[in-house]
Design a protein around this ligand. Structure first.
Ligand code: GLV
Length: 394
């Protein structure tokens, strides 16, 4: 009997049951102690809503815009590496679900299906997330390929020039596709549907890289590839060069500080993504929901502010909007659905979040998502944290 899905956590449990351990663990890890990974989720719980009663709740709408385009709810799918290992052709399935639902999809540089394959399968614009590689010819080519594919916005990720260690990936010997070790074979034998679907697709390696990058060495391992190929010299000047080469809508991902939000505005970004990479990079960084208010104070109205990292419920989306985010993004919350049930699972995840958001907004006395503001929220006085100034020397 098909499991009853009531919430994103139900999808996570189902995803875990049907997915090879190494890919489930890749998704469900943070770096090092996983403090930031955990706090991204638990810090939402510190905020509370103010209930409003006897308010007309008819004619509610969750519609808003992202980069000037209408979206069904204030949400986009974040770029997630190896999505096509969570489920065969995962990027194409997620992009199709997002398109039908009316929310933007973003494709990672480290996706399994190439940008050309996604463009051909969906026949619709999507966003492309760029990792800047040492091989500048590859990077420039990727920007040009994105233009040729009709990509409608470029996301430059700024927080992954080197990779934070995720212990489980080392223990599991993560590769895409998996190497046939004894433990991988034992694990795969209980995940037969995953294996059968994988046998039915040709998309089983990093499609944006293979055939496009010179001297592709140890590509099967994301860790080795990142260490060898990602450009550790990426700086704001290089971002400005990419902006000029691209010439279209630009989104900067990995902003976690008001000063850097200001730089993004000066650079002409159309949107920033307040993100700590789902707690996968700087362990010990603040959760995104805690840094959001300081970024909102600095740049609200000058650039679209989107929050990702930690969203698992519609209530989380509403809290982020109430604190000033213009929209939100999800990674794991849709990957759970994809791994659990393919395209239908992504639609289910979006449906769950949309319904939770709609009901919670109504119970807070609002009918239009664009009218949500800080008034619906109770925020603890110490929510942002009071951090000591740098000690003065002498
Ligand atoms: C890639 O972006 C990762 O976080 O693994």
């Amino acid at each position: 009997m098909a499991p009853v899905i009531t919430c994103i956590e139900d999808l996570r449990r189902q995803f875990r049951r049907v997915t090879p351990t190494m890919f489930y663990d890749y998704c469900e890890s943070g770096s090092y102690t996983e403090q930031t990974f955990r706090e991204n989720v638990t810090d939402f719980d510190k905020l509370r809503f103010r209930q409003r009663v006897a308010v007309d709740m008819t004619n509610r709408t969750l519609k808003t815009t992202m980069l000037g385009n209408e979206v069904a709810l204030p949400l986009a799918l974040s770029p997630v590496g190896s999505t096509g290992m969570m489920r065969a052709d995962g990027e194409i399935k997620a992009a199709k679900a997002a398109l039908k639902y009316g929310v933007p999809f973003s494709l990672s540089t480290m996706s399994i299906c190439s940008m050309e394959a996604v463009a051909e399968a969906t026949q619709a614009p999507f966003w492309y997330q760029l990792y800047v590689m040492r091989d500048h010819e590859y990077t420039n080519n990727a920007v040009d390929r994105a233009k040729a594919c009709g990509v409608s916005a470029l996301i430059v990720t700024l927080d992954l020039q080197i990779l934070g260690q995720r212990h489980k990936d080392l223990v599991n010997g993560l590769t895409a596709p998996p190497r046939p070790t004894l433990s991988a074979i034992a694990d795969l034998s209980t995940r037969w549907r995953w294996g059968l679907e994988m046998l039915g697709t040709k998309n089983r390696s990093f499609g944006n890289i293979v055939g496009h990058a010179k001297d592709v060495g140890n590509l099967a391992s994301l860790t080795s590839w990142a260490n060898e190929q990602f450009d550790p010299r990426l700086d704001w000047d290089k971002v400005a060069q990419l902006r000029d080469r691209w010439g279209g809508k630009l989104i900067l991902k990995g902003i976690l500080d008001p000063e850097e939000a200001r730089k993004a505005v000066e650079l002409g970004a159309d949107a920033i993504i307040v993100s700590n990479h789902g707690g996968r990079q700087l362990d010990g960084a603040l959760s995104t929901i805690r840094v959001l208010p300081s970024i909102v104070r600095e740049v609200k109205g000058e650039v679209e502010i989107w929050l990702d990292s930690g969203i698992r419920t519609g209530q989380d989306i509403l809290k982020a909007l109430a604190l000033g985010a213009d929209a939100t993004m999800i990674g794991r919350a849709y990957i759970y659905g994809l791994g659990a049930m393919g395209e239908r699972g992504v639609t289910t995840a979006l449906d769950v979040l949309g319904k939770e958001l709609d009901t919670t907004m109504a119970l807070c006395g609002r009918r239009d998502i664009r009218d949500v503001n800080r008034d619906i929220l109770l925020v603890p006085e110490d929510f942002e944290g009071r951090w000591a100034d740098e000690p003065t020397v002498g």
